[in-house]
Design a protein around this ligand. Structure first.
Ligand SMILES: C[S@@+](CC[C@H](N)C(=O)[O-])C[C@H]1O[C@@H](n2cnc3c(N)ncnc32)[C@H](O)[C@@H]1O
Length: 283
């Protein structure tokens, strides 16, 4: 069945580019909020649930409601979400993430790097039951919270791994890697791209600096094996602020650049075979 988001969402407005083409998105610095920044913030307001939620999640809307309830409750009390985010959890966090679903082909294997409270990985898994989603998160407190939430939601298409992305390069191979608010583009690509199969796609939810970051990362992206890049706006017809996504497509397999602590420990024959011929730079 076609997921509801794909039915509801018109085609993305996108600026397709070879690396380096400049393009401006509407303002949407929507998610760079650290829980620690919110200590002593004003008392939380009521959670606002936009009407569009039903269209976006369709038959999965009950699961989406439950997830947002967890975010608003223990997500806030455990410090994963700032209290001032509570009234805007839907628009600024959940719908912002759900918009990315339209960029992911049916049946894809997805790895979400730095999931934190499950954004965007859990949202995508709810909105798109056809996806197989692996959440990657190294911090124990966040993994503990995610474990409880996933137990409650009982999503059959989600796996949770407590690790840094770099530690899973030889274990995970997916079609699409996602991330939101984890690192600047160059560093994000360095640690995320080796999780992809040859020709796979990286989708990084970014703010209004996406084009600037893409320009700055050009030469590193070429070295890493990127053959196509673009900044895409999605969900703009349904959301107050479109979601800005940097989309990178690999030509073949990713090259491994930068300090790779995990490759030093690598010993499996499978991994050695798969990456024969690459020369990790151990600066
Ligand atoms: C600012 S939080 C964002 C969390 C979530 N994606 C969101 O948008 O709310 C960044 C997350 O990235 C995780 N992280 C940082 N470096 C990482 C790495 N190398 N591999 C996987 N996760 C990482 C952190 O533990 C943290 O949970």
């Amino acid at each position: 069945m076609t997921p509801s988001w794909r039915r509801a969402c018109p085609p993305s407005r996108r600026a397709v580019s070879r690396i380096g083409t400049s393009w401006s998105c509407p303002p949407a610095d929507t998610f760079h909020v650290e829980p620690g920044d919110e200590q002593g913030a004003e008392p939380p307001l009521e959670l606002i649930r936009p009407a569009v939620v039903d269209d976006v999640f369709g038959v999965e809307v009950t699961l989406a409601d439950r997830y947002v309830h967890h975010l608003a409750d223990t997500g806030v009390s455990h410090g994963l979400i700032g209290p001032r985010e509570r009234p805007r959890l839907w628009e600024r966090h959940v719908l912002n993430c759900a918009a990315v679903a339209e960029l992911i082909p049916a049946g894809s294997r997805v790895a979400d790097v730095g999931s934190g409270a499950g954004l965007p990985g859990v949202v995508l898994a709810i909105a798109r039951p056809d996806l197989q989603v692996t959440l990657i998160e190294p911090l124990l407190r966040r993994v503990g919270w995610l474990t409880e939430v996933l137990d409650d939601l009982a999503l059959p298409n989600v796996e949770l791994r407590r690790a840094r992305a770099e530690q899973l390069w030889d274990e995970i191979e997916v079609d699409v890697v996602t991330s939101r608010a984890v690192a600047r583009l160059e560093e994000l690509a360095r640690l995320s791209l080796p999780l992809l199969r040859a020709g796979g796609t990286m989708l990084a939810l970014k703010g209004s600096s996406a084009v600037e970051e893409l320009s700055a990362a050009q030469s590193a992206l070429v070295q890493l094996g990127i053959r196509e890049s673009e900044v895409v706006c999605c969900g703009g017809e349904l959301l107050e602020h479109a979601t800005i996504v940097t989309r990178l497509v690999l030509g073949g397999r990713a090259q491994r650049l930068g300090s790779d602590r995990t490759t030093k420990k690598k010993s499996s024959g499978r991994a050695a075979r798969r990456h024969r011929g690459t020369q990790p730079n151990r600066r």
